[in-house]
Design a protein around this ligand. Structure first.
Ligand SMILES: Nc1ncnc2c1ncn2[C@@H]1O[C@H](COP(=O)(O)OS(=O)(=O)O)[C@@H](OP(=O)(O)O)[C@H]1O
Length: 302
């Protein structure tokens, strides 16, 4: 990316105010709400591949895996641009001169890989009209909460998370950008019956990345050699992505990594270092109520 573009956005961001509003009861960034008609009216193509997640569930990791599968393991080509440019973020409206997700997607050749954090009920209908394949990555809520807390501290596009104590309640009540983790995973989980959705757990990716990469490969209709798959696994490991400027967000104008890194820990169970005993009890009670009958089994440790 042109360094002048980055500087321009950094300056504007410093003076901008983050606002949140609602679309159908879901809290979203004000800029997304302002542009809602163009986002909801987005024209998907039949060969698009959608990566859908609740924030911090492993989106960037899956983006790299999908990109490398499509490129049949060509690492050089995968470094053609930062992950947030090569995979347009559908509902994101960054400050000018950065293009919006929709604008970026419209200029791209097929097959496009697209990112969204939208809950299923807000997804532009053209995705299902065109029978687009979607990979949904789900991560347990406790680790998502911790990861999101740190990300809200470093992202200038998101509201400040406040104290951990306050954030715990805010997250649990679903008052964070993109709303309730519970509604998100349950909604996308149910949609598996009707649409081409591959549901992948972050915890499974940590446990056995090769197994999960193979699932994605098959879903995308590819057949790659063991050697290529090993290479993809290596280049999408936490360490490799942490060192790669194209994936570690060091080139992102709205993320200040002096407080915390984007590639922060990449583990299962970091919530134990943040949840108090009381918070854990409150969380588990709420979780039981909300997730009963969902058929989804999340692991909070391996
Ligand atoms: N390769 C790999 N292996 C393991 N973990 C990884 C990997 N890549 C990203 N991550 C971790 O994913 C978290 C960021 O999530 P997202 O990419 O979904 O963020 S975002 O919502 O798109 O901003 C964030 O989690 P935390 O470390 O727990 O904060 C990243 O470290």
């Amino acid at each position: 990316m042109d360094p002048r573009t980055i500087q321009e956005v950094v300056k504007k961001t410093e003076n901008s105010q983050v606002t949140m509003r609602h679309i159908e009861g879901v809290p979203l960034l004000g800029s997304t709400c302002d542009a809602w008609d163009s986002i909801y009216g987005f024209k998907a193509r039949g060969d698009d591949i959608l990566i859908a997640t609740f924030p911090k569930a492993g989106t960037t990791w899956m983006q790299e895996i999908v990109d490398l599968i499509l490129l049949e393991g060509d690492v050089e080509k995968s470094r053609r641009a930062p992950s947030f440019i090569k995979v347009p973020f559908l509902e994101l409206i960054p400050l000018k001169p950065m293009p919006s997700g929709v604008e970026l997607a419209q200029t791209m050749k097929s097959p496009r890989v697209l990112k969204t954090h939208l809950p299923i009920n807000l997804l532009p209908p053209s995705f299902w009209e065109k029978n687009v394949k979607a990979v949904y990555v789900a991560r347990n809520a406790k680790d998502c909460m911790v990861s999101y807390y740190y990300f809200q501290k470093i992202s200038k596009s998101l509201p400040d998370p406040g104290t951990w104590e306050n954030y715990f309640s805010t997250f649990l009540s679903g008052d964070v950008p993109w709303g309730s983790w519970f509604d998100h995973v349950i909604g996308w989980g149910k949609a598996m019956d009707k649409h081409q959705i591959l549901f992948i757990f972050y915890e499974d990716m940590i446990e056995d990345p090769m197994r999960e990469i193979r699932k994605v490969m098959k879903f995308l209709g590819k057949d790659l050699s063991e050697e290529v798959l090993e290479n993809i696994k290596y280049h999408t490991s936490f360490q490799a992505m942490k060192e790669n400027p194209m994936t570690n967000f060091s080139l992102h104008p709205n993320v200040d990594q002096t407080i915390s890194l984007f590639m922060r820990k990449g583990t299962v169970g970091d919530w134990r270092n943040h949840f108090s005993v009381a918070q854990n009890i409150i969380f588990d009670e709420e979780y039981k109520k909300k997730m009963e009958g969902s058929g989804l089994n999340f692991r909070t440790e391996l």
